[in-house]
Design a protein around this ligand. Structure first.
Ligand SMILES: [Zn+2]
Length: 282
């Protein structure tokens, strides 16, 4: 059973508003936070969905070609603002995090992964193999920086590539993978933004359900109104057609659950989204 869910902002960068919302956005820059979800489970302890930025990002992007990433995407991440810093500030122990679910391997989602020394890493093996197969320059071009992962990453890994459990309350087409065996936290597939992006469907947190969709939609309005990012921004996506389909599914889901009000769909980078979402935001 899930006791609570808390959203932590772990650093931020800036993005042109027009890139994330080409319909009504301006060419000014907006805050683009990296939000992670801290889930407290009654028996499994703490589960983290994504890890946001960390000072490790600044360290490993000091030299070329990784420096290109830091120059294109200047990041603000004081140590106390990282996920591990905020977990300590909440009076919790980072070593009590049992699982770190990585939605995908873009640097702004994995930069804090090495801070959780005892956790199992849950992610798409297929996606990591794809990124590892690229040249170092192409890895950076595709927002992957392998040096962010700890040395013992593979020995602590669990696959998230098969989704076989029906989730009829979401849609007849959606299937998931049961993370802990009790049905409370289901991994779901959200392809397109990257090859194997996964989300989390978290059931019944004080009567509310949460669908954590990472970068399948950048803004809350993106899935509410089915607005695709700017064509230039889409050029970094792995498969634009799959991205469109995934965003369309999220839009349908939002429309079908609007009247019930039980489901919260939570994106990673929306600065405005938390006024509408029920849950703690730190
Ligand atoms: Zn991403």
């Amino acid at each position: 059973m899930v006791r609570s869910i808390t959203f932590l902002e772990a650093g931020y960068t800036e993005q042109l508003e027009k890139f994330v919302n080409p319909l009504t956005g301006s060419w000014r820059k907006i805050r683009f936070p990296s939000t992670v979800a801290l889930i407290e489970h009654s028996t499994a302890g703490m589960i983290l969905f994504d890890t946001g930025y960390s000072p490790r990002f600044v360290e490993v992007t000091r030299y070329f070609p990784e420096k290109i990433y830091a120059l294109v995407t200047p990041v603000v991440i004081p140590p106390e603002e990282s996920a591990v810093g905020k977990i300590r500030k909440l009076g919790l122990r980072p070593d009590d995090v049992s699982h770190v679910v990585l939605s995908h391997f873009h640097a702004d989602h994995i930069a804090g992964a090495a801070d959780f020394k005892k956790a199992k890493y849950v992610y798409s093996f297929r996606e990591l193999e794809y990124f590892k197969g690229l040249s170092r320059f192409n890895q950076v071009k595709n927002a992957f920086v392998g040096a962010l992962l700890p040395d013992d990453f593979h020995s602590r890994s669990l696959p998230a590539d098969e989704f076989l459990v029906p989730l009829p309350e979401l849609s007849p087409h959606w299937k998931g993978k049961d993370l802990l065996g009790d049905g409370s936290i289901m991994l779901v597939s959200l392809p397109g933004h990257t090859l194997g992006q996964v989300g989390l469907y978290v059931r019944d947190v004080g009567g509310k359900d949460y669908l954590l969709v990472a970068d399948a939609a950048w803004l809350t309005t993106s899935y509410q109104e089915n607005i695709l990012p700017h064509q230039i921004a889409q050029s970094v996506f792995y498969n634009r057609k799959a991205y469109r389909e995934t965003l369309g599914h999220l839009h349908d889901l939002y429309c079908s659950h609007q009247s019930g009000g039980r489901l919260n769909i939570v994106t990673c980078h929306c600065d405005m989204g938390f006024s509408e979402i029920e849950g703690k935001h730190v």
